[in-house]
Design a protein around this ligand. Sequence first.
Ligand SMILES: Nc1ncnc2c1ncn2[C@@H]1O[C@H](COP(=O)(O)OP(=O)(O)O)[C@@H](O)[C@H]1O
Ligand SMILES: [Mg+2]
Length: 256
Amino acid sequence: MTTNPQKRIVSVVSPKGGVGKTTVAANLAAAVAAAGRGVLLIDLDPQNAARLHHQMPLSDGAGLAVQTLLRQPWANAAFRGPYGVDCLPFGALTDHDRRVFEHELDANPQWLRQNIEALGLNPGSIVIVDTAPGGTPYLPQALQASDIGMCVLLPDAASFVTLPAMARWYAEAAQTNPSLRGFYVLNRMNNARLLCRDVGTALSRDLGDSLLPVEINFDSAVEEALASQSPILKYAPESPASRDFAALANWLVNLP
Ligand SMILES: Nc1ncnc2c1ncn2[C@@H]1O[C@H](COP(=O)(O)OP(=O)(O)O)[C@@H](O)[C@H]1O
Ligand SMILES: [Mg+2]
């Protein structure tokens, strides 16, 4: 181990949509920047929504998918958001171009890793990759490039059903990427609800140390922050979710 901060690539993943991957990726990136670390937020989801947390205009279609098809460097599509996060949007593709693009991903499992390498980031940078749900070519690409997988779970029964699929994706990726460590984080937690507490307890029993010690509380300010195109840390710094994202950033930057 070294005392110098190491480059760290974190993929925010889930078998399901709508669990908060983009919310976690975009807000964790802001919290990492607020903690003084260089951070790059990469959007690997054709929904192209991560940029909206960092004030990229809705009409701007630039992004890594477009750069890839044009054989142009990714860095040309990156922008520095107002909260200190470097953002690389997915970009806007037609349905046809998206199929061509996904075909390229299928042909080269190391595509994301190679493109991140080509960016020549500083050694201490943290890269956070937002992903499309499982069953798409994006999830295996992200896990292949990452040293940390962060699967977002909701405190409900449906999340339990997805655990075996996620464990399989982690295990498959680890065969060719042995440095991958797969974690799970609870989002939209509400300790006032018995069901949430029960699910939290059961997950902690089943997942052990791979369930993060930090959970993100349900907080209506999260949606309000997105509506104002800001990370919650800027929109409502004293809110419960802001404290949770700061704690999650702290966990990440101090992870051995
Ligand atoms: N901790 C939270 N508290 C309240 N709302 C949340 C929280 N996390 C996510 N949301 C909301 O849940 C919805 C889905 O989140 P999103 O990040 O788009 O999910 P995904 O990227 O997994 O599809 C969004 O409306 C988002 O604002
Ligand atoms: Mg998303």
